[in-house]
Design a protein around this ligand. Structure first.
Ligand SMILES: [Zn+2]
Length: 355
């Protein structure tokens, strides 16, 4: 994990993070118990609010909670090396520097049949042994079962004509430190005042910087997809990063009441101080007028379907207020906590065709 407030951070970035810490602390200190109840969030969307002004205020607060800057920068040092190819796609090993001390490894899959510049789907794994799940590589029976739950996202994306950019998320797979589980890495990060989810969001922002360096990729047509933790990071990334044109958020969107506040999750997804600011369905409104596809499992035991559907209705109200009601969609699979490729990809195709 990257230590916070270390000397290597640029002064502007250091000031930004410190400002976020102060704002978060003051918000917590000034809150009453009644203000923390679901539905009482300070920046919840209410009918009649002018959407752009409300979005700007909420997005700035969310950036503080996540600990991410408005804009990225710094040496990226993109690396692209041929790895192998199949009859249908080429595969490159890629890498870039997210920030000093944080090297992000990944894979770039590009369909041979399509002609560029290609739309790009950034693929994020959920809780798993690592990004090799996204490219369909199982190392044991448990991983084969995981992939059978629709988690080989990059293979799905490239089969649909997208360039698939896979990145390893912090504290997972190749970026896990020996003997340190993501739950522990998350707690260390919380103590440093920079939540792991925010650090993962920052890596997605840097992945978009990487896309912009590749002439065969279309930086104006970028999607981000993930299941579970991958969906959570896709969601928050789309909330704060306007370069994401479409977010596909699987088994992770819900009211906080029906997921994070009543069903224990791994520490790596918790965001200190988010509840008094806004509920997840409010935050969904930050994606408008861009596109958001929510994928849910009717039997998902980490995000109750009642909360998903209630949250979707609220998100749709905000998108309607922004004049783009149909740019948020909900797809429900008849199963548990997994991705639903057969149900989701036709809708992704529809939404992307509107670009
Ligand atoms: Zn975790």
């Amino acid at each position: 994990m990257t230590p916070m407030l270390r000397p290597a951070l640029r002064p502007t970035r250091r000031r930004f993070i410190q400002a976020g810490l102060v704002a978060g602390g003051l918000a917590a200190a000034g809150s009453r118990a009644a203000d923390l109840a679901p539905g009482r969030a300070a920046l919840a969307f209410r009918p009649g609010l002018p959407v752009p002004g409300w979005q700007a205020e909420l997005r700035a607060r969310l950036r503080q909670v996540l600990g991410v800057p408005e804009r990225t920068g710094g040496p990226l040092q993109p690396r692209v090396d041929p790895h192998r190819e199949t009859a249908d796609y080429t595969m490159h090993r890629i890498g870039f520097t997210a920030e000093p001390g944080e090297e992000v490894p990944g894979w770039l899959l590009q369909p041979k049949a399509a002609r560029g510049p290609l739309p790009v789907m950034i693929c994020l794994q959920g809780h798993s042994p690592g990004m090799h799940i996204s490219i369909g590589e199982a190392r044991n029976e448990a991983e084969r079962k995981s992939i059978a739950g629709g988690r080989d996202l990059a293979l799905q994306a490239v089969a649909q004509g997208w360039a698939a950019l896979v990145i390893e998320q912090r504290a997972f797979g190749e970026r896990a430190k020996p003997g340190v589980k993501c739950n522990d890495a998350a707690l260390f990060a919380l103590h440093q005042g920079r939540p792991l989810t925010g650090q993962r969001v920052f890596d997605v922002m840097r992945a978009i910087d990487f896309v912009a360096t590749q002439p065969g990729l279309d930086a104006n047509r970028i999607g981000c997809i993930g299941n579970s933790t991958g969906g959570t990071v896709s969601f928050y990334a789309a909330c704060v990063e306007p370069r994401i044109a479409l977010a596909v958020v699987s088994c992770s969107f819900c009211t906080f009441e029906d997921s994070w506040l009543s069903i224990p999750h791994c520490a790596c997804g918790y965001l200190p101080g988010i509840v008094p600011v806004a509920d997840m369905p409010d935050l969904a409104g930050l994606v408008a007028p861009r596109r958001l596809l929510i994928v849910a499992g009717r039997e998902d035991n980490l995000a109750r379907i009642a909360g998903v559907e209630r949250g979707y209705r609220h998100a749709r109200e905000i998108f309607a207020a922004a004049g783009v009601a149909d740019r948020v969609r909900l797809v429900v699979g008849e199963g548990g906590h997994q991705f639903y490729p057969r149900e989701a990809w036709p809708v992704i195709g529809e939404m992307a065709r509107e670009w």
